[in-house]
Design a protein around this ligand. Structure first.
Ligand SMILES: Cc1cn([C@H]2C[C@H](O)[C@@H](COP(=O)(O)OP(=O)(O)O[C@H]3O[C@H](C)C(=O)[C@H](O)[C@H]3O)O2)c(=O)[nH]c1=O
Length: 188
């Protein structure tokens, strides 16, 4: 499996092999040993899947607070997304910084986003399906959101904000300054 830490090194781009033949392909999309070799041993307890019908659907920026903070392993089985992780760990040297990667059914890449990060994506194609494994269960009362296009974050989304499709919840999200104190940064 190809393992590439991004410029915030706790966020990791992983690409498992895909074996094609005349019938199609086979891929181990999750393998504990392969992930452990990449330093990722937190167990997953929930799988999620979302379908976004249009290009330009923005979901996020979301997280859950401790003790329900979620690590997420995100992949795309149909279409493509621009997947974004924002460091929300107060006192982290990369607090308020973001990294992103294009995940698609074509490139077969996955993004590991640790607990303590905000997560969001925008779809780059219609009918995009996103699957992600989580290290903690859904806990609605611990959910928090931050505005996807908050000027404090200055995320370079590859879409015209006029064309973004968002939920009411995401349209009403506060700016990143609301995240102060949500997570602490533990060095090492
Ligand atoms: C997240 C979640 C939601 N739901 C229910 C709650 C709502 O009735 C419905 C849609 O939820 P929401 O609008 O929060 O879905 P997204 O906007 O796709 O949220 C996700 O988008 C970003 C990208 C994420 O990383 C999170 O996993 C998650 O927040 O599913 C559940 O039953 N379980 C869950 O784990």
């Amino acid at each position: 499996m190809k393992v590439v830490p991004l410029s915030i090194p706790e966020v990791i781009l992983l690409t498992p092999p895909r074996f094609g033949d005349n019938r199609g392909f086979f891929s181990e999309t999750y393998n504990y040993d392969a992930m452990a070799k990449a330093g990722l041993t937190e167990p997953f307890v929930q799988d999620n899947q979302s379908l976004s019908r249009q290009k330009g659907v923005v979901r996020g920026l979301h997280c859950q607070l401790d003790p329900y903070a979620q690590g997420k392993l995100v992949r795309v089985t149909k279409g493509a997304i621009w997947d974004v992780a924002v460091d929300a760990r107060t006192n982290s040297p990369t607090y308020g910084k973001w990294v992103a990667a294009e995940l698609s059914a074509e490139n077969w890449s996955q993004l590991w986003i640790p607990p303590g990060f905000l997560h969001g994506f925008v779809t780059l194609q219609e009918e995009t399906e996103v699957l992600y494994k989580c290290t903690a269960l859904y806990n609605k009362s611990s959910e928090r959101s931050v505005k996807w296009d908050c000027p404090e974050l200055n995320i370079e989304w590859p879409i015209d904000p006029q064309n973004a499709v968002l939920s009411e919840k995401d349209l009403a999200a506060p700016g990143f300054s609301a995240a102060k104190g949500w997570f602490s940064y533990n060095k090492g």
